[in-house]
Design a protein around this ligand. Structure first.
Ligand SMILES: [Zn+2]
Length: 221
């Protein structure tokens, strides 16, 4: 049985089921969750959340189970099922909003839904979206400084830091700052706080090393 203090902890998260849930999507979601065993959640998680010992439920505070749906921090958890994930993205990207870009699409979805790797999934979805690929004019690549304004001194040692949770601008919520340890020249690259190590390397290549050559040392602040 749940103890009262556990109820209080879970109540910190908004656990309301989204009201605008498409009926077909709802049905497939319930269906997939019922069948889903591939990720070790399913019935086991439900049992753990509702009956598990305190030591176990403590690690599951972010999770909840309501009306046949798993909620992660109040967001409907979409199981590892590409069909259902595609349907969710389709509902927001194609049906509701008229093909917004990657970050806007993710932002819309994570008001209600979440699954691990959602950002990469949406990116791939939009890459394969015929409407986006044929009708959208690609915005020019943003470079914070013109190449000739980037000091061409030696960028042997750089320091990097992320400033996160900024007001969203052009879909970005964070900035990667790259500072030349010697000249103190600074380069700013807009990014997202969910940026991966791979994406960070790509930013460094695009914003710094293409102009300056590779550094010998990187210091993470
Ligand atoms: Zn599209």
């Amino acid at each position: 049985m749940l103890k009262p203090e556990q109820f209080h902890l879970r109540a910190l998260h908004n656990t309301a089921i989204p009201t605008g849930l498409d009926e077909d999507l709802w049905a497939s979601l319930i269906d997939v969750i019922a069948k889903d065993n591939s990720i070790g959640l399913g019935q086991k998680l439900k049992e753990l959340i509702t009956n598990g010992p305190r030591q176990v439920t403590k690690g599951l505070q972010d999770w909840n189970y309501e009306n046949g749906l798993f909620l992660h921090k109040g967001l409907v958890y979409i199981p590892d099922n590409k069909n259902v994930q595609r349907k969710v993205v389709q509902q927001f990207h194609d049906n509701i909003m008229g093909h917004p870009g990657q970050w806007k699409t993710v932002e819309l979805i994570i008001h209600e839904y979440w699954w691990p790797g959602i950002t990469e999934f949406v990116k791939a979805y939009i890459k394969g979206c015929t409407t986006c690929q044929t009708t959208k004019i690609k915005p020019p690549v943003k470079v914070p400084l013109k190449p000739n304004e980037i000091p061409l001194g030696i960028w042997e040692t750089i320091t990097m830091d992320f400033i996160i949770n900024l007001p969203i601008s052009n879909g970005y919520d964070s900035i990667l700052t790259i500072v030349n340890r010697h000249s103190k020249a600074i380069i700013l690259a807009p990014c997202h706080k969910t940026i991966t190590a791979k994406q960070t390397s790509q930013l460094l290549i695009d914003y710094v090393w293409k102009h300056t050559g590779f550094p010998l040392t990187i210091i993470l602040d």
